[in-house]
Design a protein around this ligand. Sequence first.
Ligand code: UT7
Length: 330
Amino acid sequence: MSDSSVRIAGWGKYLPQRVVDNHELERMVDTSDDWIRARSGIVERRIAAPEETTCSMAVRAARPALDMAGVEAGELDLIIVATGTPDHPGFPATGSLVQEALGATRAGAFDVGAGCGAFGYGLVIGAQFILTGAQRNVLVVGSDAMSRVIDWRDRTTCVLFGDAAGAVVLRATDRPGGLLSFVLGSDGCGAPKLYVPAGGSKQPASHESVEARAHFLKMDGRDVFRFATRVIPGSILEALDRAGLTTADLDLVIPHQANIRIIEHARKKLELPPERVFTNVDKYGNTSSASIPVALCEALEQGRIVEGDIVAMCAFGAGLCWASAIWKWN
Ligand code: UT7
């Protein structure tokens, strides 16, 4: 039998050591532990040390994933880094930095930028390289140092995000299952709802842009909230339909961890019991591209996914964009 499927053969995560709880934020901006918990479900988040970067966190998540998969760095065909906070703006790709740090001498490397949806896109892209038969071992990492693009004076955003990385190793396999279906979507009308105004080619860095704090993330939280509550159930139902499945077949949903209220809303819409939706937003906040791979790791560590399970992942974010995928755990 030929290796005609793809499987997630290894996984790893990295959370920076420093824990910042809501009380620490109370001392920085006009907020309260009660407000943050009630409106987002977040209790604490991790913040990268000054010397840590998106690349260094990605490498620390990738190494255990490679070990678990039994893949040497030198056997990797491709490295995809999903991130919105690359080490350098534009180039080089953080993927190339990760490739060098791992010693993945045979691998191609690039970044996928799709806001908090990037890991969802990266996972589907990586799987395609394997499903076409072109490649056998692909590393997909979601890594974001959100603390570097957050305006620590803006209480409407700074309480929501955290830093982390998560990684998976995709391998060709003859075990049936793997990626059953996916839905990728974008609604660029929503671009101004969640963006970093300056530092790109549209508004290069200048004294004025720095003074205007235009290098920090800006978000219209209410509109992004509405978008998210529509797109999670909508895209998961569409992906299930493409796989010939229904919500009754779902063993676990791993949604992007942005806000417990968004997740609860989606869970009710999908008519799923709480135990079939994974959440860890309380511990890490919104870690952007790292959110789904870190949640996947923790779900696996907790034994919440076993062979044969049907798992839905749904990433969404700036763009606005979304990426949902249905996997049969093989
Ligand atoms: O990864 C993808 C992207 N992001 C998301 O998915 C985030 C989506 N949005 C959200 O999660 C929610 O909209 C937020 C958590 C950002 C905000 O929750 P909300 O229930 O939509 O609150 P709101 O924006 O309607 O603000 C309510 C009030 C406002 O005061 P007024 O105008 O009613 O007087 C805000 O100024 O809460 C105020 N507020 C705060 N108060 C204390 C906003 N941020 C804070 C804060 N502490 N940190």
